[in-house]
Design a protein around this ligand. Structure first.
Ligand SMILES: *Cc1c(COP(=O)(O)O)cnc(C)c1O
Length: 412
């Protein structure tokens, strides 16, 4: 059951026709499907039934409050990486005891905000951060629950910019330094080690790297027990991949079953931090063809969405499927689909075979629900796009399109 499908030759988002949405809200336009978000969250979360677990959606994938509220209503906790994301999660009604805080550069003010809120735990990424957390907690008369992000030195076999669990990456602590960090907690009055954590990368299309990391963490857990350190949480991060093109990532149930097999009898509560797998295929970006042009080397479709709206193709060379919103049955040609921004790196697709669409027609860019709007900018003074959340026949403006006034508001 797909929630972005063609009905009578017109792309729909759930029960609503996409051209109707564009007539009302313009382009570029992000459209999210509530039914898809719900289905993805429930499919993921239930894959771990039988394991004591908490699914903490990774806010940075899609942090719109409407999306966070929907997921919080389904029982999701949240994985945050900034004070801004904490603010959003709390605003969306997420109980603080379901929030975990990751990230290599938490500032003292952000640590204070998270302690004030009473989050479940900090995933600590350095000794310097541990000392800062102890200091801030002490000044507030609180004890901070911490877990250390362990870098298991596992190759997730994904794009280098989104692989995070290898020795050369900036994230976490290597195994030996992690042991020392746990030992250090005994000398700090305001931190309590409660868990261990890893997040090895994003868009993983096999479970083998997850299991390799898990084995290293379980060995590590034995060493902690040997030191008399007793923890309760095992946070395995996010990273499960999705289908953008031809990828065949494992279904969450396959991951769930592998975890259940490996963790039988291990008395740890498992935390999972999925982002992309929940939101990625729950959103599309709709754009209008502004001009077409051909040079001796290329055919171009110049569209009104650009790298400032969806940076993944420019940043990672990512593939996003692109289709006509109303297929016209024309012959295909090879196109570069490019935006109006003054950068040769501004493209949504290169050398893509597409029907020969014409000026004024609409294209849908699929799999744009994660790391789409959240990575958007105002480069070239382009107001950021409108975001809609569709639920059956109901359309909610989840975020208004920015205006020119918004662009300069903080400057005057
Ligand atoms: C980005 C991130 C995630 C989510 O990754 P996905 O690939 O979107 O599932 C989870 N945990 C941490 C610490 C992250 O930085």
């Amino acid at each position: 059951m797909h929630h972005f499908e063609y009905r009578d030759g017109v792309l729909h988002a759930e029960n609503v026709s996409v051209p109707d949405l564009v007539r009302q809200h313009g382009t570029p336009l992000y459209i999210y499907s509530a039914a898809t978000l719900t289905r993805h969250f429930n499919a993921f979360d239930s894959a771990f039934d039988g394991l004591d677990h908490l699914t903490c959606y990774s806010v940075k994938a899609n942090s719109n409050i409407a999306v966070l509220k929907l997921l919080a209503g389904l029982g999701a906790g949240m994985d945050i990486v900034s004070g801004g994301e904490l603010y959003r999660a709390l605003k969306a009604g997420v109980p603080p005891e379901r929030i975990v805080y990751s990230g290599v550069g938490k500032r003292a003010s952000e640590i204070g905000e998270a302690l004030e809120a009473g989050i479940l735990m900090f995933n600590v990424e350095s000794v310097a951060e541990l000392i800062k957390i102890d200091e801030v907690a002490g000044s507030m008369g609180k004890v901070a629950r911490v877990s250390f992000r362990i870098n298991p030195d596992v190759d997730p076999k994904t794009h280098p910019y989104i692989s995070t669990g290898m020795k050369k990456n900036k994230f976490g602590l290597d195994i030996e330094n992690s042991l020392a960090a746990y030992a250090m907690c005994a000398d700090l009055a305001n931190v309590e080690p409660v868990g261990m954590d890893c997040h090895i990368g994003s868009q993983l299309t096999s479970i083998a790297p997850f299991m390799e990391a898990l084995d290293k963490l379980l060995d590590f857990h034995d060493r902690l027990k040997g030191m008399g350190i007793d923890i309760q949480y095992l946070d395995l991060g996010g990273g499960l991949g999705i289908t953008y093109d031809e990828e065949e990532p494992p279904h969450p149930t396959e991951f769930g079953q592998a975890l259940k097999d490996r963790l039988a009898g291990v008395p740890l509560k498992v935390i999972l931090e999925p982002g992309r797998v929940i939101a990625g295929n729950a959103g599309i970006l709709v754009t209008e063809v502004v001009y077409t042009k051909s040079s001796p080397a290329r055919n171009f479709l110049i569209v009104d969405a650009a790298m400032n709206d969806l940076v993944r193709p420019s940043l990672y060379g990512s593939f996003h499927r692109i289709e006509e919103v109303v297929p016209m049955g024309r012959d295909s040609l090879t196109f570069d689909v490019v935006g109006p921004i003054c950068e040769s790196g501004d493209f949504l697709a290169r050398e893509r075979v597409l029907p020969a669409v014409e000026q004024g027609e609409l294209l849908a860019v699929f799999s744009a629900g994660a790391y789409g709007f959240t990575m958007a900018s105002n480069y070239n003074s382009r107001p950021r796009a409108c975001e809609l959340l569709v639920e059956g026949d109901k359309v909610t403006v989840a975020r208004k399109r920015e205006t020119y006034q918004d662009l300069v508001d903080k400057e005057l």
